[in-house]
Design a protein around this ligand. Structure first.
Ligand code: LLP
Length: 419
């Protein structure tokens, strides 16, 4: 459920017409609905109320500080994967004790900042990384809470680029190695084993892979317990899918039910790292139709938004619904919606049935709240776009469009090239 709908033929975000926002910000622009985000968080988090848990929003999906603050105010924590995300999460007042640090390549600097911030746990992904954490912890004379990210070798049946729990993937540690590492951790006075984690993939549309993952994590916890290593947390990562077109993802309540069934009464605290399911349908991307170009047998709608702004169609062949901001339901023409970037891969939609539209109209690309702005770049020296958060009748610019000056920030011409 989301709060983007037509009111008297005008697409609105909550109570604000999109055209009102565009008058103030121009295009392209990302627009997020606070009410949708809040609702998604509450529905997700409440679904797990039967067991001790902490919902650590996966910042990579959308790391704008206003989004992080919204989650933080609702009691959520953060799943981070870099020093940059740690900085953002703390800036948004998410307490260190609600932050978990995932990722295969944490640098010593990042590990040090995480320890200084007294985060809940570092999810280590290799023996080498564990050695680094131990080294930094020793230097800082701290005892660091750790979890090992295991690779449970489960096929989540999603896009190969966003599958992470298979043997061939770079993520996590196979169980036999993890078992050996836990025994090692136990002997190191600067490391404290407190959890076990996994993340099997993203945009998962079935419950079975999650059930398999949580079952195997539980089994590992029990085996460790019998060896005298007792863990407090099971972190099952993120991955719950959403509807972009006609997918039927499990409802968070059903997802919670099957996980709860495995963990109830175990004394384990569950950690969740949802990203897409919280923000995906809380955001849209607005772009303006610049030109209609007809070639032999093909029509292109050339818009001012491009793959640098929203890369998912180009990178994964992802489908995002596109609708006109002024309601027009007759889909009379098949078009490619393409951006101005000099790449054939620069498209937002291919062979899409859309109404016949004139240059100047606004189009809304739906389901753009997750992995939209956060994956955007300056390719072709395009300014990263404005982000707006709507709350009821009001809207707030939560990130200004970059300026030309921003594009060259940090660059310099060495003296031997000076004019
Ligand atoms: N935890 C870990 C360790 C992760 O690597 C991820 C996502 C998540 C949680 C959150 O997963 P979610 O609930 O959002 O599925 N850019 C791709 C998605 C990449 C996901 C990477 N990891 C896309 O646009 O589809």
């Amino acid at each position: 459920m989301h709060f983007f709908e037509y009111k008297n033929g005008d697409l609105c975000c909550e109570d604000v017409p999109i055209t009102t926002i565009v008058e103030a910000t121009e295009t392209p622009v990302y627009i997020y609905s606070h009410k949708t985000l809040e609702r998604h968080f509450i529905v997700f988090d409440d679904a797990f109320k039967g067991i001790p848990h902490l919902t650590c929003y996966s910042c990579k999906a959308n790391s704008n500080i206003a989004i992080l603050r919204t989650i933080g105010r609702l009691g959520g924590g953060a799943d981070i994967v870099s020093g940059g995300e740690l900085y953002r999460a703390l800036y948004a007042h998410i307490p260190g004790k609600k932050i978990v640090f995932s990722g295969v390549g944490k640098t010593e600097k990042e590990i040090k900042s995480a320890i200084e911030s007294d985060i809940l746990m570092i999810n280590v992904e290799s023996e080498d990384e564990m050695t680094s954490v131990a080294k930094v912890a020793r230097r800082m004379r701290k005892k660091v809470p750790l979890s090992i990210r295991v690779n449970p070798q489960i096929d989540p049946k999603t896009h190969p680029y966003i599958t992470t729990g298979l043997k061939k993937n770079k993520f996590g540690v196979l169980w036999d190695d993890a078992y050996r590492l836990y025994k090692q951790i136990g002997k190191d006075q600067h490391l404290q084993p407190i959890g076990i984690s996994s993340h099997i993939g993203s945009q998962i549309l079935e419950l079975a892979p999650f059930i398999d993952a949580v079952k195997s994590l539980k089994e590992m916890v029990l085996q460790l317990k019998s060896d005298g290593i007792s863990l407090k947390y099971i972190d099952i990562g993120g991955g719950l899918g959403i509807t972009y077109k006609d997918e039927l993802p499990p409802h968070p309540e059903d997802y919670a039910k099957v996980i709860e069934r495995e963990l109830k009464g175990t004394g384990i605290t569950l950690i969740l790292e949802p990203g897409r399911v919280l923000v995906g349908n809380s955001g849209i991307f607005i772009t303006k139709l610049l030109y209609v170009k007809k070639t032999q047998g093909k029509t292109f709608y050339i818009v001012d938004g491009a793959m640098n702004d929203l890369v998912r169609p180009a990178l994964y062949g992802a489908y995002h619904d596109i609708i006109p901001v002024k309601e027009k339901s007759d889909k009379e023409i098949t078009v490619d919606v393409v951006g101005p970037i000099c790449e054939s891969g620069d498209f937002l939609a291919k062979d899409r049935d859309l109404p016949i539209l004139e240059p100047g109209v606004l189009l809304a690309v739906l389901g753009a709240g997750a992995y939209g702005f956060s994956m955007s770049s300056n390719y072709n020296s395009r300014k990263r776009v404005t982000e707006v958060l709507v709350k009821g009748k009001e809207f707030f610019v939560i990130r200004k469009r970059e300026t030309l000056r921003d594009l060259i920030k940090g660059e310099s011409i060495p003296s031997f090239l000076e004019v």
